[in-house]
Each structure stands twice: as C-alpha cells, then as structure tokens.
Write a protein that binds this ligand. Sequence first.
Ligand code: GDP
Length: 304
Amino acid sequence: QDLDKGLEKTRGSFFDKLSKAVAGKSKVDDDVLDNLEEILVTSDVGVDTTLKVIERIEARVEKDKYLNTEELNQILREEIAALMAENQSEDVEGFDIPEGKKPYVLMVVGVNGVGKTTTIGKLSAKFKANGKKVVLGAGDTFRAAAVDQLKMWGERTGVEVVAKGMNTDPSAVAFEAVKRGVEADADIIIIDTAGRLHTKVNLMNELSKIRRVMTKVIPDAPHEVMLVLDGSTGQNAVIQAREFTKATEVTSLAITKLDGTAKGGVVIGISDEFKIPVKYIGVGEGVDHLQAFNKAAFVDSLFK
Ligand code: GDP
C-alpha cells in the first residue's frame, strides 16, 4: 500500500499518458509505439532502456501479428520486468542478513543529500526491530550535520554509533566502527561515507582506502557496498551511478525519494543499465518508508 502511495505521481503521469496513447485504438500500431516511446523517455526510463522495451514490444507485435491495446499493459509489464536486474532476495521483507557473515559489513556510498543518512537510520531501525545488533560508523566526517544526524538516529533507534571529530580520515572511523562491531558481537555494521564527487580519482582513492582498512579487521569486508541514489533527480541519478560504479564495486542500490516525483521510471533504466540489484526504495521520510524492492511489485504498481 505504501508502495502504491509512494509511486502515485509516477503512476499518475505514466498511466494517464499511456491511456491517452491507446485511446480509440484497438491494436498496437506504429502510432501507439511512437507514443509509448515518448512516454517512457519522459518518465525517465532512459533512452537506451526505452529503445529496448520498444524493440521487445515490436517483436511481440510481429510474432502475434495482431496485438490489441488491452494486452499491451500486460506485455509491457512483462518486458519491463525482464529487463531489470534480478531481485536481491526472495525474502520480500528484505531486511535479513546473510548467514555465516557475522558481523556483516555494509558500506553505504552516495553524494550528499540523496538520503544516505536517512536510509542508514531506517535500516538500523528495521534490523533492530528484527532483533539484530547494529553498530553504525559515522564516516561522513566532512559534514558536521551528517555525524549529528547519524547520532540522532542512533539515539532514536537505540543503536551504538562510532564517531570521531570533524575532518578525521573517514577510513579511521570505518576501522574503529568495524573493530567495535566485532567486539560488541554485532550482527551488522553499517558504515556511512562522505559523498564528495570532486574528482573521480579522489573518490576512487577515498573509497578504496576505506575498504582497505576494513579488511584489516574482517578480511572479506565490506560484504556489501550500497549506492544510494535520489530518484527524484531522474537522469542525474543515472550519472551518479556511472561515476560510483567506475570508482568502486557497487553491489546493491537504494533509490530514495520516489514519493513526490514523477520520475520513478528511472528505477527501470538504472536497473537495466547497471544490472545491480535495487535492494531498497525510499517512499517517504518515515522509518517505515524504506521498502525492500521487488521488481514485479514495482512494475505492477505503475500499471494499477
Ligand atoms: P544525505 O546527505 O545523503 O545523508 O541525505 P539525508 O539522509 O540527510 O536526506 C536528505 C533529505 O532527504 C532529508 O530531509 C530526508 O528526510 C529526505 N529523504 C530521505 N529519503 C527520503 C525519501 O525516501 N522520501 C522523501 N520524501 N524524503 C527523503
């Protein structure tokens, strides 16, 4: 239900246009396909992914000779979901921690303002509620507000936060946090990082240094590197994803702020282009507004 509500704007714009495109038509013809292409592009699905979707629909039209517009919805759903990366987990709750990796180290990356700290806060609340012990590392040492905000989430959720002074080397914080997590017998250690995108080399060096120090405590850490993207920025989120995936190995995505934007189609394009599982989506500011992502449920919600 939260998902449907969160995607209201995207669905509104997408679905309205789609209904208009097929109004008065009984079969999918070139006209409908042209309109569909435009709708997908203006919904921030991205040009490349849009062309793939159109090609797939064309192939279906060809194969079935005659595709009526009522069938188009169903077929679009299938083809869009097929292009997207596999779901991270079959567990629809999505807030489980892989077995045999305790403490599990989750490193969170992304530029400032995308909702990184909020996502970490929401995650700690979820894990805590599931009876897991969480330790947070306030590695965004370049912004005083980031550290304070993480501490606030820590207090609110009853989770320990490892923090050091402003401008401390983020890797020092990461090291401390991982060490503390081991000592405290934590189930999961979540490390915040600074989101500075000054230069690619800078970002790359900083992230690899953070990764490197963690391995001194836990050799296979980090177990997961999650990139947080702000879905409401549409194609900007795509650009950030390109930069970060070049700078470091990203293994999961969280796409925030899908509520209040009509650009939710960007999730489809990102999932297709990077083939990195979208693990969570943010559909509001509250603790419960972080949802485990399921591509079928997401696509279905756009067509409701
Ligand atoms: P950071 O700089 O990346 O750590 O970003 P913050 O976590 O401070 O978030 C920036 C702003 O975005 C805050 O006002 C958050 O409440 C807001 N925010 C984060 N996620 C969501 C979301 O899913 N939906 C909405 N509407 N706001 C969000």
